[in-house]
Ligand binder design. Structure first.
Ligand code: ADP
Length: 160
C-alpha cells in the first residue's frame, strides 16, 4: 500500500488543493492530509474547522484519506506516520523556488522522505487560500475558487 502525506495550511481548502489530491490519488493508494496548526501563525480557521472542511469537500474519496492536524515539522511528522513521500502542489515558478529550498532542507532533516510534485490544472494555477481570503474580505465572488460548503463557512466567519 503506497501512502503519502500532503501537508499544508488548508486555511481553507480550495479547488487547487482538491485538484492536487485527485492527481495524487492516481499514484498513491492513500493520502494523509496533514493540516499544520502553527500557534504563532494567524489563520482564519481553527485546526478543527479546517479538518471538518477538508473531510466534507473530499467526501467522494474519504475512504482513501485521513485528515490530521500537526504543529510539528511536516517532514518529521511524515516519517513518524510511516510514510516516505510528501505531496506538494506546484502553481507558478515562484512555488518552484520555495519548494526547491524546502525539499533540500527536508532531505537534510529526513533523508528517507522524498517530495512528489503535481502541477495543478491551469485554471487553478493562480489560486491560493490567501487569495481566497483577500477576495472574501472585499465580499467578492468565491464560487470559482472554493466549493459552496467552504464559501458558506467563510461567509459565516466574516459575517457577510
Ligand atoms: P496556500 O495558502 O498557498 O494555498 P497551503 O500551505 O495550504 O498553501 O498549500 C499546501 C500545498 O498545496 C503546497 O504545496 C501548495 O503549493 C499547494 N497548493 C495550494 N494551492 C494550490 C493550487 N491552486 N494549485 C496547486 N497546488 C496548490
Amino acid at each position: 500500500m503506497k501512502v503519502a502525506v500532503y501537508p499544508g495550511s488548508f486555511d481553507p481548502i480550495t479547488y487547487g488543493h482538491m485538484d492536487i489530491v485527485k492527481r495524487a490519488l492516481k499514484v498513491f493508494d492513500r493520502l494523509i492530509i496533514l493540516i499544520s496548526v502553527n500557534p504563532s501563525k494567524t489563520s482564519l480557521f481553527t485546526g478543527e474547522e479546517r479538518v471538518d472542511m477538508v473531510k466534507e469537500v473530499l467526501k467522494p474519496c474519504i475512504d482513501k484519506i485521513q485528515v490530521l492536524t500537526s504543529n510539528e515539522l511536516s517532514v518529521k511528522e511524515t516519517k513518524r506516520l510511516g510514510a516516505n513521500h510528501m505531496i506538494r502542489g506546484l502553481r507558478a515558478m515562484t512555488d518552484f523556488e520555495y519548494e526547491f529550498q524546502l525539499t533540500h532542507t527536508n532531505r537534510v532533516l529526513e533523508k528517507d522522505v522524498d517530495s512528489v510534485f503535481f502541477m495543478t490544472s491551469n485554471k487553478y494555477s493562480f489560486l491560493s487560500s490567501t487569495t481566497v481570503k483577500e477576495i472574501a474580505l472585499f465580499k467578492g465572488e468565491l464560487g470559482p475558487f472554493v466549493p459552496e460548503y467552504i464559501e458558506n463557512k467563510i461567509k459565516e466567519k466574516l459575517n457577510y
